[in-house]
Design a protein around this ligand. Structure first.
Ligand SMILES: [Zn+2]
Length: 346
């Protein structure tokens, strides 16, 4: 299958991460790009993504937020003491959410936590990630499937907020792109489903499309009652307004393995079949792995292969968008197994 990537993905390489009162090595490291790239090289047709500009990003994200992401590194001189990373420890909350003017306040206005520092190469990396998603969406419609080696991930990013290592919602960008392409080609409204199998709830994706009935969002993840993202991902969240009934959360008890993972994916696929979309986006996190350093489920490499077979059997044009999946020996094997399993399921 065609794989899209960009060397710019390595330009965002956060150093440390403030977690539970201590600074730890940031789990979302640039090495993920090199390791995943190595896993697909040889087995698949690997192509560097082109540049489709800012429009596909603005189809999903708030213009003020995008400008903030683009300009913050250049404004770093406004913050005394900034070294390699721009980051805030202050965050807006529902009780106080006025947009301030100063840069430090803006950072906390547009970010949810301390996991998304902005560095010299951050904009180049996240802009490239969005372009990878666009090329993957376009190719998946023509060729049936394509894989986006996106890094950093995107599914925790809302229309106007970074968080959970994510800045731009690459899966959401791919979904809107596929929808627009099909609508233009067929001369009618089009519908796309997003199936998120990352171990963490796809809260940003849910938030972006919560009031939409033309993008169905489904997330299979570990129960957020005691796991990131904590404040969303519950079964009772089904959508709002026109979107009621078009968001499905399938939380799993921590420690569950292949069989529960597959059952939840099958439930999601039943909902997708009933929706009859024109195309599918898979938010492909690999951190449900039994070996993932920050995971909470116990999916095996064979389990990922089988899950991919189930998803591939839908026959829908499918954009596979890389989300989470952190450094461990199983990471490249799980990607290879998933891509092989998907092709086997076709
Ligand atoms: Zn994740």
């Amino acid at each position: 299958m065609r794989v899209f990537h960009s060397p710019a993905s390595a330009l965002h390489d956060p150093a440390l991460y403030f977690r539970r009162g201590t600074m730890v090595t940031h789990p979302e490291q640039a090495d993920r790009y090199a390791i995943l790239h190595q896993a697909v090289s040889g087995a698949h047709a690997v192509t560097q993504a082109g540049d489709h500009g800012i429009e596909p990003i603005l189809a999903v994200h708030d213009a003020g937020y995008v400008a903030f992401l683009r300009d913050t590194w250049e404004r770093r001189h406004e913050l005394p003491g900034v070294d390699d990373e721009v980051l805030s420890g202050h965050f807006s909350r529902p009780h106080m959410s006025k947009r301030p003017e100063g840069l430090l306040g803006l950072i906390g206005y547009y970010t949810a936590d301390t996991s998304t520092p902005i560095r010299a190469g951050t904009w180049a990396a996240i802009h490239a990630g969005a372009q990878i998603a666009v090329d993957t969406a376009d190719t998946a419609l023509g060729e049936g499937v394509a894989y986006a080696l996106c890094r950093p991930p995107g599914h925790h990013a809302y229309a106007d907020s970074a968080g959970g290592f994510c800045f731009l919602n690459n899966s959401g960008i791919a979904a809107r792109r596929m929808q627009a392409n099909v609508a233009a080609r067929e001369g009618r409204p089009a519908r796309v489903a997003i199936l998120d199998i990352d171990v963490h709830h796809g809260n940003g994706t849910q938030g972006i499309f919560y009031e939409a009935d033309d993008i169905l969002t489904i997330s299979v993840h570990a129960d957020p009652a005691d796991y990131f993202p904590y404040y969303a991902g519950y079964a009772e969240e089904t959508g709002a307004g026109a979107g009621v009934g078009y968001n499905l959360n399938l939380p799993l008890p921590h420690g569950e393995g292949d069989s529960a993972f597959h059952r939840a994916i099958e439930k999601g696929l039943e909902r997708i079949a009933a929706y009859a979309p024109d195309a599918l986006v898979v938010a492909l996190g690999l951190d449900a792995s039994e070996h993932d350093p920050i995971g909470a489920l116990r999916v095996t490499t064979r389990g990922f292969e089988q899950a991919a077979g189930l998803i591939g059997s839908t026959g829908l044009p499918t954009a596979l968008i890389q989300e989470g999946g952190y450094l461990c020996d199983a990471l490249p094997d799980n990607l290879s197994a998933f891509l092989a399993g998907f092709e086997g399921g076709r």
